[in-house]
Design a protein around this ligand. Structure first.
Ligand code: THG
Length: 269
């Protein structure tokens, strides 16, 4: 599974302050720590910086690229900011995101088709996030109709089934997981991605909830997740779950991760 590091997000107070202050050291340190912890991509979101998202996002992209080699996950709903960021990336980015909203598809999908980049598509539309599995599947079908029309092959689309906070929605995790299972049956080439941390908002011991959810989502075929790679328990759970699901031949990744210190138990810390 692809690990997308979530920490360079302007909705986080420290990151927002760093973006506003052009704090290069903070941003570069956070980028390096996430990559060292195993991030394959870094999510960059400048949504609540100085009020000029385009300038903020371009600064963030350039600052991060100066110190790490991994590709970026460009996290913006603003087509102008997205276009500018796509023009200054050094490696093919993951575009985060489009959705079933016509405005967002029309503005961002052509950029994706033209650049040949993979794209995350959220299962929501003008009516918001559909409450049940059937209506989310319906939004998924409509999105894939549009991405196919634009010439984007299914394997370049990461559907994000959107897990809502479990503390206000008992079925939040299972609706996302079931939506993923059903769409995978219908569209075997499509990939799936999730922002994991939302699930535990408002609960104590959030990492436990994130870990339980990650294990279930992996079993349902999750291909990528926006997570905090600095959360040691979550990373432990990720390696162990992929091993258990038979995706780690000769237990190679698990044992390598252990030897290099990427898997670490509290009792050893
Ligand atoms: N899907 C897609 N993109 C996304 C999300 C998604 N991008 C944003 C978000 N959701 C994923 N990124 C984060 C980044 C940080 C945190 C959660 C999700 C986080 N939040 C803590 C909280 O909510 O309490 C801490 C807040 C703070 O420290 O200020 O850590 O679902 N495609």
């Amino acid at each position: 599974m692809l690990i997308i590091g979530e920490k360079l997000n302007g909705t986080l107070k420290k990151t927002a302050a760093a973006i506003a202050a052009r704090d290069t050291a903070f941003v570069q340190d956070m980028a390096k720590r996430q990559v060292e912890a195993g991030a394959d991509y870094l999510d960059v979101n400048a949504g609540t910086g100085t009020g000029n998202e385009t300038l903020d996002l371009v600064w963030l992209v350039e600052t991060v690229q100066a110190v790490v080699e991994v590709p970026l996950c460009l996290d913006s709903a603003d087509a102008v900011a997205m276009k500018s960021a796509m023009e200054c990336v050094q490696r093919t980015p993951l575009v985060n995101s489009i959705s079933g909203e016509v405005k967002r598809i029309d503005a961002i999908l052509p950029l994706v088709a033209q650049q040949g980049s993979p794209v995350i598509a959220l299962l929501l539309d003008e009516g918001g996030i559909p409450p049940d599995v059937a209506s989310r599947i319906h939004v998924g079908r409509r999105i894939l109709e549009r991405t196919r029309q634009a010439g984007v092959p299914d394997e370049r689309v990461y559907i994000d089934p959107l897990a809502l906070t479990i503390s206000t929605n008992t079925e939040g995790a299972m609706i996302a997981i079931e939506s993923m299972r059903q769409l995978r049956q219908e569209f075997p080439e499509v990939k799936f991605s999730l922002g994991l941390s939302n699930i535990s908002f408002g609960l104590p011991a959030r990492t436990l909830v994130n870990q339980a959810f990650l294990a279930q989502a992996l079993a349902a075929g999750l291909d990528a997740a926006i997570i905090n790679p600095l959360e040691q328990g979550l990373m432990n759970m990720l390696y162990a779950t992929e091993l258990i699901l038979g995706r780690d031949r000769y237990c190679r990744r698990y044992t390598t991760a252990f030897r290099s210190g990427k898997i670490k138990l509290e009792s050893q810390a």
